[in-house]
Ligand binder design. Structure first.
Ligand code: PLP
Length: 407
């Protein structure tokens, strides 16, 4: 299918939330790495589902439940196709965080022994650190930090080579950093880790919206993402696991629909992925995530990527000469720019931008170890999505300049 060329006006018409005022100023939303705004087809999908299609899934045999079940499973197929996976490798979760906890508690907790090592990059979001710390405490495994080069905000493969040993059982790494937009060489990490028998968990929360992902080609053992950064609602996401690994993992949560037979003498479990989906799932969320993916696939993705890259370049050009402002680990072509200003608290800048109608994120970005490595107590992150415009960037640049003049 050939999509029509990227058309920013058509894209923006799909996002009613962009058409609002904040503090009397037209909204400029530059916080999409935290969560994206939602296009009309996704909003409509949720309304339609609850207006006429709502039913529980995999329960009973009436028409509504049969139809909801078919659509729910079709949505799983859409997610699988989107990341190049087979459908039995896709487990619904509430998001990336829940998926990582599932891997830690179901896979890693059974597999790790005292003295085993979990190698984690220093640029990870807390969601890809804390679950491993919990499981390390439970099993006696050791966390090993893969430090980054703070001047480039990149991970060095020679450092990885020196830390990866036969004791390494699991490597946890982000596909793309949520703070700097650094794209990590996950393919090389996976190849090297596999050579020593370690499995690799890739956090794709920031990546799925920026590049075409193919988990099977990448050979990831696990890959996770959240729907809400991908134009879908919050509360739905996916865990990909290699089907043979998932099949061997015990359930994490117990309850309805993940069993074959329950008696007081003992319970037998069903197969994966249902084994990991105890209780009533977020059916509307799953359908809306599939709708979001279909919507995203219907636009010119290359054109969209070039659009975002050119806005990032415009932003960098606009702020690079602002006095005392330092861009942190600039990654050309990424969708984010993080910066700090000497002597000015990051939250003061974000507040002044908000007063001018501009939404950006300030703080530690759930990445305390990265902040420590960079020697900063936080920063401002401007994150660009396909619905932003050159005008948004111009307003952001002039608002940053104004904030600096004031502070
Ligand atoms: N990993 C990365 C790289 C993220 O950016 C985020 C969210 O910001 C997460 C994990 C956690 O995602 P969620 O809060 O949707 O579970």
């Amino acid at each position: 299918m050939t999509n029509s060329p990227f058309n920013i006006d058509a894209i923006r018409r799909d996002f009613p939330s962009l058409d609002q005022h904040v503090h009397g100023q037209p909204l400029v939303y530059l916080d999409s790495a935290a969560t994206s705004q939602k296009p009309l087809p996704v909003i409509q999908c949720i309304t339609d589902y609850y207006s006429g299609a709502n039913a529980n899934v995999h329960r009973g045999s009436h028409s509504l439940t049969a139809s909801a079940t078919n659509r729910f499973e079709a949505a799983r197929q859409t997610v699988a196709d989107f990341i190049g996976a087979s459908v039995n490798g896709i487990v619904w979760t509430r998001g990336a965080t829940e998926a990582l906890n599932l891997i830690a508690q179901s896979y890693a907790r059974q597999m790790l022994k005292e003295g085993d090592e979990i190698l984690i990059s220093e640029m990870e979001h807390h969601a890809n650190i804390v679950p491993w710390q919990i499981v390390a405490e439970q099993t006696g495994a050791k966390i090993v930090k893969w430090p980054l080069d703070p001047t480039r905000c990149q991970l060095d493969m020679s450092v990885f080579d020196s830390l990866l040993t036969s004791r390494t059982k699991l490597v946890a790494v982000a596909h793309i950093s949520n703070v700097t937009g650094t794209r990590n060489p996950v393919e090389t990490v996976i190849e090297k880790a596999h050579a020593l028998g370690a499995v690799v968990v890739v956090d794709g929360a920031q990546a799925v919206v920026h590049e075409s992902v193919n988990v099977e080609k990448m050979d990831a053992d696990f890959y996770v993402f959240s729907g809400h950064k991908l134009f879908a609602p919050a509360g739905i996401g996916a865990l990909y696991g290699k089907p043979d690994i998932l099949e061997k993992m015990p359930p994490w949560h117990g309850g309805g629909k993940m069993v074959d037979n329950v008696s007081f003498e003992g319970t037998t479990y069903t197969t994966s992925p249902a084994k990991f989906e105890a209780g009533t799932p977020n059916v509307a969320g799953a359908l809306a995530l599939a709708e979001a993916i279909n919507w995203f696939n219907s636009i010119d993705r290359n054109g969209a990527e070039q659009h975002v890259a050119s806005l990032q370049a415009e932003l960098v050009e606009g702020i690079r000469n602002i006095e005392d402002l330092s861009i942190i680990g600039l990654q050309q072509g990424a969708s984010v720019v993080a910066f700090h200003i000497d002597g000015v608290h990051h939250s003061d800048i974000a507040t002044l931008l908000d007063q001018q109608g501009i939404a950006v994120r300030s703080g530690q970005h759930c990445a305390h170890p990265l902040m420590d490595a960079l020697g900063i107590n936080g920063c401002v992150r401007v994150s660009i999505a396909i619905y932003n415009t050159s005008d948004d960037i111009k307003r952001c640049v002039s608002a940053i300049q104004k904030a600096c003049d004031l502070l």
